[in-house]
Write a protein that binds this ligand. Structure first.
Ligand SMILES: Nc1nc2c(ncn2[C@@H]2O[C@H](COP(=O)(O)OP(=O)(O)OP(=O)(O)O)[C@@H](O)[C@H]2O)c(=O)[nH]1
Ligand SMILES: [Mg+2]
Length: 745
């Protein structure tokens, strides 16, 4: 090997570092990808964007990659030396290692397989098969002794020799060298191949320059090429220094060896082409090379020993062999050791890419569905809100219409009831005794109230309630489409939830609490009756009351003007019923009081007028009139019984009740329409509440969908990123393949 130039073995070392680096990234990547797929698969709300099979697939990829990574870390170049015993296999290895690492000597020296590899430590050691015990080695003699002492070792056993890299440059670059016992001393060639040769990158057949290739050597390589497709074989014709003693035949012998070896490689084994074969065949002297290199290492001249003619030529040939071998093994090992794994890594990235693509597509599809769903939900929400607003307006109008109708209906019914009030009062019969009048009046009022309420209910309630129910039904039918389908089904069950009863609340007892009957005897031609007949009963009463007061006041010697509001206080509801005292009423009232006042002042003149009448009609007519007047008075006085009193009371009550009831017509009808309004508004509010609830549900659903869309976008983004990373890694694999695997060797 030319110590000046970089070792061709570095090609393998750099390639191994590169592929290991790529696999490290791959492992990291697959781990990340596996976590992502697992996480995505377990996200229930993403609806199986990733499936379990993908998780398992990617986990399997991760496991395979981890195994390959471990294998790659242990990968090295392996060269195995074979040949007949004493051909100099161990000497060739020592010459390459530039030290006496392996024992060599005349006769059958190597009795088992010796695998030489570098160790980072300073001390050499060996391990035997089936044991990890390190046996220290100080010198080659010690190794020979150790091998000799180990009686259990046979030709099929393996001893590993760990030689410090610091002492041997060749072992620094992941090269493992396998020495073997002579192929002629064993009959276990098959088991050797299976055990030691299948992972060898290069086979070196060490021949003997003095003799041609033997059948045992050929047989071994035939068996190797049966097991391994196109094994890489170098043939060294060792001990070529012996030819120096026969210079006349050297070229002829060389040609003879060359032809036979080329024929063996090309025609028998068919492992190389004709033109490549000569480059695999070398004529060397390992013993000379080793000796000269050891001299150099000890600072002595390289030709220090007794060297035969043509040494430098043989040394160059050996160096050429080393260079060719190193270039060849590094390129070949890169191909055999890394090609399959590169391909496998490529397949894994392709598989992961497929998974990422599938996840990307699935999440894109789900996203589209979710977006459409969200749009639908938003439209629905908008529709529900718009419809509810419109419906609210309609319902308000409808309720107002119904309540107006109710008010009108109740008003009409009440007016009719008031009209029939005298008959209802007449119907009433109870024990009438002047001493128990309060009880009689209470019963009378109760009777009237009951009858009126019953009649009103009969006339109005069923119609109003029917109307209301149809309105409620209408509301439900309008609200139903605004609710979720599952709620729509059972919606009618919930509303309306209670039975509505319309109350009229006439409250007659309170209304007529101030009813004061006048059942004292009153002569029909008496002064009061005449005044009443002349100006009407109520004005007469007021006029007479005023006259009495004036009379009393004037008796006290004081002037007193009765205020108008005192009258209003006595009968506020009556006044209200009349819509306040009209101007006309006041005029009649003033006239009446004026007449009465005038009459009282002229009472003294009555006698004068009587005298005039006396003189004009005569006393008989006056006496007759007075008698008739007296008889009439007597008759009326005698017929003034309890029945007459009851009748008078009923009549007075009817008058008052009619007055008061008329006054409360607007209130009662308003109260009824208020009840209806209340009931319908409550129903609609409850319906609206349900719609509000469904709006809240819709909003929640929209939020949920937005969250899902966000997560799906993240999944999409991550799957794309991971896919790009897979592509990056593939590019690295491609670059590795282009640099190290294609067009090599
Ligand atoms: N003259 C000469 N002798 C050599 C050369 N190479 C090896 N020898 C000698 O040949 C003998 C056998 O060498 P080894 O290296 O032990 O041979 P081997 O093939 O390992 O033999 P086994 O281990 O018994 O199979 C030793 O005495 C070496 O010194 C060479 O190039 N020229
Ligand atoms: Mg040997």
């Amino acid at each position: 090997m030319d110590p000046g130039g970089p070792s061709p073995l570095m090609h393998f070392v750099v390639a191994k570092k590169t592929i290991n680096g790529i696999f490290d990234q791959l492992l990291e990547y697959v781990k990340e990808g596996s976590e992502f797929v697992d996480e995505t698969w377990r996200s229930a709300d993403l609806e199986q964007v990733a499936v379990e099979e993908q998780c398992l697939e990617i986990q399997t990829c991760a496991r395979k990659l981890a195994t390959i990574r471990e294998v790659l870390a242990r990968r090295h170049m392996k060269v195995a030396f074979f040949g007949r015993t004493s051909n100099g296999k161990s000497t060739v290895i020592n010459a390459m290692l530039r030290d006496r690492v392996l024992p060599s000597g005349i006769g059958h020296t190597t009795n088992c397989f010796l695998r030489v590899e570098g160790t980072d430590g300073d001390d050499a050691y060996l391990t035997t098969e089936g044991s990890d015990d390190r046996k220290s080695l100080k010198s080659v003699n010690q190794l020979a002794h150790a091998l000799h002492m180990e009686r259990s070792l046979d030709s099929g056993c393996l001893v590993k020799v760990f030689w410090p890299k610091s002492r041997c440059a060749l072992l620094r670059d992941d090269l493992v060298i396998m020495d073997s016992p002579g192929t002629d001393v064993t009959s276990y060639l098959d088991s050797w191949i299976d055990k030691f040769c299948l992972d060898a990158d290069v086979f070196v057949l060490v021949g003997n320059a003095e003799s041609t290739l033997m059948n045992t050597e050929k047989l071994f390589f035939h068996k190797v090429s049966e097991r391994i497709s196109k094994p890489n074989i170098f043939i060294l014709h060792n001990r070529w220094d012996a030819s120096a003693w026969e210079p006349d035949y050297i070229d002829e012998v060389r040609k003879q060896h060359m032809d036979r070896c080329v024929s063996f490689l090309v025609e028998e084994l068919r492992v190389v082409r004709q033109e490549e074969a000569p480059d695999r065949i070398f004529f060397v002297s390992a013993k000379e090379v080793l000796s000269s290199r050891m001299h150099c290492a000890q600072g002595m001249p390289e030709t220090g020993g007794a060297l035969a003619e043509g040494f430098h030529e043989r040394l160059r040939e050996f160096q050429r062999f080393e260079r060719t071998f190193e270039e060849f093994i590094s390129h070949s090992a890169v191909k055999t050791k890394f090609e399959q794994h590169t391909l496998r890594a490529w397949q894994i990235t392709e598989a992961i890419k497929a998974v990422m693509d599938a996840i990307n597509i699935a999440s894109a599809e789900r996203k589209i569905f979710s977006l459409e769903d969200r749009e639908d939900q938003k439209d629905r929400l908008e529709f529900v809100r718009g419809q509810l607003n419109r419906l609210t307006e309609n319902v308000k109008e409808k309720i107002n219409t119904i309540t107006d109708e109710v008010a009108a209906k109740v008003t009409v019914a009440l007016v009719e009831q008031i009209r029939g009030l005298p008959a209802q009062v007449d119907e009433f019969s109870a024990d009438f005794t002047p001493h128990a009048l309060p009880l009689y009046k209470a019963k009378l009022m109760m009777h009237v109230e009951e009858r009126m309420s019953t009649c009103l209910a009969f006339r109005c309630s069923s119609g109003i309630i029917g109307h209301m129910q149809s309105c409620q039904k209408n509301m439900i039918e309008n609200i139903r489409p605004l609710l979720p389908p599952d709620v729509q089904e059972q919606f009618h069950i919930h509303l309306p939830s209670r039975k509505f009863v319309l109350t009229y609340d006439l409250n007659l007892a309170t209304l007529c609490a101030d009813f004061q009957e006048n059942i004292d005897f009153q002569f029909s031609l008496g002064w009061t009756a005449l005044v009443s007949r002349f100006i009407g009963p109520s004005d007469a009463k007021r006029a007479l009351t005023a006259m009495n007061q004036k009379f009393q006041v004037s008796h006290g010697g004081h002037q007193y003007h009765m205020p108008l509001n005192s009258l209003q206080n006595t009968c506020p509801t009556a006044l209200q019923a009349h819509g306040g005292t009209s101007l006309q009423d006041h005029m009649v009232f003033s006239m009446a009081t004026g007449v009465v006042s005038l009459t009282s002042r002229a009472s003294m003149t009555v006698l004068v007028i009587g005298g005039v009448v006396w003189r004009s009609v005569g006393w008989r007519l006056i006496a007759l009139s007075a008698t008739l007047y007296g008889l009439l008075y007597l008759y009326e006085k005698l017929t003034w019984t309890n029945a007459s009193r009851e009748k008078a009371l009923k009549q007075q009550f009817v008058e008052l009740a009619i007055h008061r009831l008329r006054a409360i017509i607007p209130f009662t009808s308003g109260s009824c329409s208020q009840q209806v309004h209340q009931e319908l508004a409550t129903t609609f509010a409850r319906l609206c509440q349900r719609v509000d609830l469904s709006e809240v549900e819709l909003e929640g659903h929209i939020r949920l969908l937005s969250g899902r869309i966000q997560r799906l976008e993240n999944v999409q983004r991550r799957s794309k990123t991971l896919r790009h990373r897979a592509t990056d890694l593939e590019s690295q694999l491609e670059a590795f393949s282009a640099q190290y695997l294609q067009n090599q060797c």
